[in-house]
Design a protein around this ligand. Structure first.
Ligand SMILES: Cc1cc2nc3c(=O)[nH]c(=O)nc-3n(C[C@H](O)[C@H](O)[C@H](O)COP(=O)(O)O)c2cc1C
Length: 391
């Protein structure tokens, strides 16, 4: 089932996020073979400020952190786009940033990629590995004149507006801004994008983060094969619920279509992200951890879900959950308490563990509830491995 984003048609909502997954033509072909509608190419500079190598922290089921990576220089980025347009039907977002802070270099990157065949520009205002890491460690004054790319620009609504306006002035293809979440109010930045004429925004993880440290070896940070540590960009499951919130805020406060990502790993995640307001969804860590089958399963699963649920258009699910959002003061608590199914309860006592709860006791190997003491947190139901608790 097709859908439209920023005036461009996509055969489904799946975008492979800018990363090592999108740095070579062979990998873009894998993306296409497994059903992706689009890719965002690896971050491209005119000339990258330093040549990193792929180093990251990985804790499957929890999070990835990327603090160091090889990006593309302009010629490499252009060649990748040309190859992709010749050899695939993918829609190509080009993920670009300028570290020099001047708008002309942003414009040059966008113009030349448009000429090479890019379908959309994705202005990278998210990457923390250029100036934001310096700012986080040494302070704003230490950010040098060649460290303006990515998140350090993305934190300032004035600069964001200037960049988006400058890009809109020189290209005809849509301009999407990929925004850092490391701001006080994401909607302020998204509105600056809208005022500057952006055609959409991408909100996809990237919270500034540090890895765990080895407490038995001098507190050494748990990055593999790397000396030193830097604040990096968070991906993987840990970011998903934060990403839902960011997407919903922007969906409610702007008219911009949204690419939503950060922590997505399966079909249900994609649909939930769309229900919180995303038109397209973007995946990275889950494909890096579990391979290209993630794409095939997710694309097939989304299409099956749409059919099974009787939806004929993605617009029927995009933003569906926003209707439930209201200030805490306007929420209404529904009265209730846990009920125990005695045939399922084996008296293990897990449900009686929560530190704040005095409502459940184990009597004769069965959980017994004092309804009037129940605070209504719902934790006992989640702790019960035998599904013996309902509300
Ligand atoms: C190894 C790695 C490299 C990345 N490189 C880029 C990049 O070049 N440009 C960019 O905008 N985002 C980059 N990202 C961020 C991802 O595109 C994505 O927004 C983020 O990881 C959150 O999504 P996920 O939870 O699905 O990984 C990178 C992420 C990883 C893990």
């Amino acid at each position: 089932m097709e859908l439209e984003f920023a005036g461009v048609k996509f055969k489904n909502p799946f975008v492979v996020a800018s990363s090592p997954l999108t740095s070579k033509i062979e990998l873009l072909k894998m993306a296409e073979d497994h059903g992706a509608a689009a890719v965002s190419t690896k971050l491209t500079f005119i000339k990258q400020p330093f040549y990193g190598k792929l180093r990251m922290y990985n804790s499957p089921k929890e999070a990835s952190i990327i603090c160091y990576d090889r990006r593309l220089d302009l010629e490499e980025g252009l060649e990748l786009v040309r190859q992709a347009k010749e050899q695939t039907e993918l829609k190509i977002f080009v993920n670009i940033t300028s570290d020099s802070g001047d708008l002309e270099s942003w414009q040059r990157l966008a113009r030349e990629h448009e000429e090479a065949g890019a379908d959309l520009i994705e202005a990278n205002l998210i990457c923390p590995n250029v100036g934001l890491a310096t700012k986080s460690i040494k302070g704003a004054d230490a950010v040098s004149s060649t460290e303006h790319g990515g998140a350090v620009t993305g934190q300032d609504p004035v600069l964001v507006k200037q960049v988006v306006s400058a890009l809109k002035a020189v290209v005809k293809i849509p301009v999407v801004a990929k925004l850092t979440p490391n701001v006080t109010d994401i909607a302020v930045i998204a509105r600056a994008c809208q005022e500057a004429g952006a055609d959409g925004v991408c909100l996809a993880g990237g919270q500034s983060s540090l890895p765990p440290v080895d407490i038995y070896h001098e507190g050494r940070p748990c990055y593999e094969l790397l000396n030193g540590a830097s604040h990096g960009s968070l991906g993987g499951p840990a970011t998903k619920l934060i990403s839902f919130s960011q997407v919903a805020q922007v969906a409610m406060k702007t008219d911009l279509p949204i690419i939503g990502g950060g922590g997505l790993g399966n079909v249900e995640d994609a649909i939930m992200m769309m229900m919180w307001g995303a038109t397209l969804v973007t995946y990275c860590t889950s494909i890096m951890w579990y391979g290209w089958e993630v794409v095939r399963r997710t694309v097939a699963g989304i299409e099956k879900y749409m059919q099974d649920m009787g939806y004929s258009d993605y617009r029927q699910i995009i933003g569906k959950s926003l209707q439930y959002l209201r200030p805490s003061s306007e929420l209404e608590a529904v009265p209730g308490y846990p009920r125990i199914a005695p045939d399922k309860c084996n008296g293990c006592g897990r449900c009686a563990l929560p530190g704040h709860c005095q409502a459940i006791t184990i009597i004769d190997h069965k959980a017994v509830v004092q309804a009037e003491k129940c605070l209504g947190c719902g934790i006992c139901k989640q702790l019960c491995t035998r599904k013996a608790i309902s509300f």
